[in-house]
Write a protein that binds this ligand. Structure first.
Ligand code: FAD
Ligand code: NAI
Length: 464
C-alpha cells in the first residue's frame, strides 16, 4: 500500500530518506525552510572541506622547498576562495533539486509545524498550506550553541557559518572550543595565514578522541604556533582598539587575549524550534533529542525522526543511514538500524579518523585487548607524499582476534577508515586484514601492517 509521507527538513537525513521513499513507491513531499542539502551541503561538511582543501594547498606550496619547489609571493584572494566554495555548494544543492525533479518528489519552501500526527502546516511566503499524511519524518537537524558573553551574530562572533563566509582574513582568530569545528576551522585559518588561539574548557584537544591521536594533533598545533589554552572557559569580551579583548578563566585565574575575530565552536543543539513537538505530545531528552527505536519510530508510531535531531554522533552519514532505515520501515520492509559502528572523520592537519570501540570502551565491554600500531613514518607512500606524521592503531580482542576499533591519524586517513569500518561490520579478524593483499606503494599498507603488528609480526617496523 502506498503511504503519503511528509519529510520535514532536506538535510542529508531528510533528502536521502525522501529519495529512498520514492524509490520504494511511496508518495512523499518534502518541506524545507531554508536550503536543500541542509547544514551539511550549505554551511557544514562541504563548504568546510572546500576551504580546508585551500588551506592545505597553501601549506603544501609554502613547504615545497624540501622537494626543490620554491614559490615566491604565495597569496590568497579570499573573495575568490569564498566564491569557489559557493559554486561547489550551488552545484551540489542544485543537484538535490534535480534529483527531486527526476524522481517526481515535490518540495515546498517553508517552515513546517506538526498540527497533529496526520497533519503538517507549512508557512510559505504565499501563506499557509496544510498537508494531510499517513506518516511524518522529522529531520530538522541542529543549530550552533551560543554561550553567555558570546552571542553569535556572524559578525563579531562567528559560528562555523560565519567562519565559512569570511569578508577578510582575521589577523588573530580566537576560537572557543577545541572540538571538531574549532580545530578543523582553526587549523584552516592558521594555514591560510591567520594567527590562531584556541580556548578549550577541558584538559586537551578533541575531547573523546583517541588520546594517542590527540597527542599528534596537539604536537602539530604547537609546531604551527597555534596557541591552545586548555582548562580555560571563555567568559566574555569587550571591544578593544580595532578588535576585541577576550577573557578566559582558568585554574590560575583570568587572562585576556586580544584578537580581531571570534569563532564560537562549543557544540550544536538539536533543532526543533517552531515544530510543535510539545503540542504533539512528543517528549525530548536533554539537550532536546527525540527518542526513537531501532526503526527510527518515535513514541508516536507513525512519526519518525532521523539525523542530528535524534542524538549523537551528529554526523551526516549517520543521518543518511537513519533516513534509509526509516524509508524502508515506512514502505513495509523488515529493516532496522543495526549498524555495528559509525565512522568519524576529522579534517584537521593531519586528519583523524576512527571507527568502533576506544581502548577504554573495549575494556569496559570485557575484552582482553591486543593492540597493533603502525607509524606512517615507516610507510614508503607516506614519505613520497611528504606526510609521515601519525599512525594506524588497531584494537582487537586478544582471544578471538576480532577487530574492535581502529583509530588513525595521518595522511588521507579520512579515506583509509572505510576499510576498518567494513572489517568491523563484517566481524573480520586482524588475520583477515593481514592476509588481504594491499597494493604497494599505498597508504593502505599501513592498515595491513597495523593488523600484523597486533601479533608482533609487522614487517617494516621492529617489534620485540
Ligand atoms: P541538517 O543538515 O541540519 O538539515 C536539517 C534541515 O531541516 C535544514 O535544512 C533546516 O533548514 C530544515 N528545517 C529545520 N526545521 C524545519 C522546519 N520546521 N520546517 C522545514 N524545514 C526545517 N558531518 C559529517 O559527517 N562530516 C563532516 O565533515 C561534517 N562537517 C561539518 C562541518 C560543519 C562546519 C558543521 C556545522 C557540521 C558538520 N557536520 C559534518 C555535521 C553535519 O552537517 C550534520 O550532522 C548533518 O548536516 C545533519 O543532517 P540532518 O539532515 O540531520 O540535519
Ligand atoms: P564539539 O562538541 O566537537 O566541541 C566543542 C568543544 O567546545 C569541546 O571541546 C568543549 O569542551 C568546548 N567548550 C564548551 N564550552 C566551552 C567554553 N565555554 N569555553 C571553552 N571551550 C568550551 O562541538 P563543535 O566543534 O561545535 O562541533 C559540533 C558538531 O558538529 C560535532 O560534534 C560534530 O557532530 C559535527 N561536526 C563534524 C565534523 C566532522 O565530522 N568532520 C566537522 C565539524 C562538525
Amino acid at each position: 500500500m502506498t503511504r503519503k509521507v511528509v519529510v520535514i527538513g532536506a538535510g542529508p537525513a531528510g533528502y536521502v530518506c525522501a529519495i529512498r521513499l520514492k524509490q520504494l513507491g511511496q508518495d512523499v513531499t518534502v518541506v524545507e525552510k531554508e536550503f536543500l542539502g541542509g547544514t551539511c551541503l550549505n554551511v557544514g561538511c562541504i563548504p568546510s572541506k572546500a576551504m580546508i582543501a585551500a588551506g592545505s594547498l597553501m601549506a603544501k606550496i609554502r613547504h615545497g622547498e624540501q622537494m626543490g619547489i620554491t614559490v615566491q609571493g604565495v597569496d590568497i584572494d579570499l573573495g575568490k576562495l569564498v566564491e569557489w566554495k559557493a559554486n561547489i555548494v550551488k552545484k551540489l544543492t542544485g543537484g538535490i533539486g534535480t534529483l527531486f525533479k527526476q524522481h517526481g518528489i515535490p518540495w515546498m519552501e517553508g517552515a513546517a509545524t506538526i498540527r497533529d500526527k496526520n497533519t503538517v502546516v507549512v508557512k510559505t511566503k504565499d501563506g499557509e498550506q496544510t498537508l494531510a499524511c499517513d506518516d511524518i519524518v522529522i529531520a530538522t537537524g541542529s543549530a550552533p550553541i551560543s554561550i553567555p558573553g558570546f552571542q553569535i551574530d556572524e559578525d563579531e562572533v562567528w559560528s562555523s557559518t560565519g567562519a565559512l563566509a569570511p569578508k577578510k582574513l582575521p589577523k588573530h582568530l580566537l576560537v572557543i572550543g577545541a572540538g571538531v569545528i574549532g580545530l578543523e576551522l582553526g587549523m584552516m585559518y592558521r594555514r591560510l595565514g591567520s594567527e590562531v588561539t584556541v580556548v578549550e574548557f577541558t584538559g586537551g584537544a578533541l575531547p573523546g578522541s583517541d588520546p594517542d591521536c590527540v597527542k599528534v594533533i596537539e604536537r602539530t598545533l604547537k609546531k604551527s604556533k597555534t596557541k591552545l589554552l586548555t582548562n580555560h572557559a571563555a567568559t566574555g569580551y569587550v571591544k578593544h582598539g580595532d578588535g576585541f579583548r577576550v577573557t578566559a578563566k582558568g585554574p590560575k585565574g583570568e587572562q585576556t587575549i586580544d584578537c580581531d575575530q571570534i569563532l564560537c565552536a562549543v557544540g550544536r543543539r538539536p533543532y526543533a524550534d517552531g515544530l510543535g513537538l510539545e503540542a504533539l505530545g512528543l517528549k525530548t531528552v536533554k539537550p532536546g533529542f527525540i527518542e526513537v527505536d531501532s526503526q527510527m519510530r518515535t513514541a508516536i508510531p507513525n512519526v519518525y525522526a532521523i539525523g542530528d535531531m535524534v542524538g549523537q554522533p551528529m554526523l551526516a552519514h549517520k543521518g543518511s543511514h537513519e533516513g534509509l532505515v526509516a524509508a524502508a520501515v515506512i514502505a513495509g520492509k523488515p529493516d532496522e538500524n543495526d549498524a555495528r559502528c559509525i565512522p568519524s572523520v576529522i579534517y584537521t592537519h593531519p586528519e583523524v579518523a576512527s571507527v568502533g570501540l576506544s581502548e577504554v570502551q573495549a575494556k569496559e565491554a570485557g575484552h582482553e585487548l591486543a593492540i597493533g600500531k603502525f607509524p606512517f613514518a615507516a610507510s614508503g607512500r607516506a614519505m613520497t607524499v611528504g606526510e609521515t606524521d601519525g599512525f594506524i592503531k588497531i584494537i582487537a580482542d586478544a582471544k578471538t582476534d576480532e577487530v574492535l576499533g581502529v583509530h588513525m591519524v595521518g595522511p588521507e586517513v579520512t579515506e583509509l577508515i572505510a576499510e576498518a569500518g567494513l572489517a568491523i561490520e563484517l566481524g573480520a579478524t586482524t588475520e583477515d586484514i593481514s592476509r588481504t593483499i594491499h597494493a604497494h606503494p599505498s597508504l593502505t599498507e599501513a592498515m595491513m601492517e597495523a593488523a600484523e603488528a597486533v601479533h608482533k609480526m609487522a614487517i617494516h617496523i621492529y617489534q620485540k
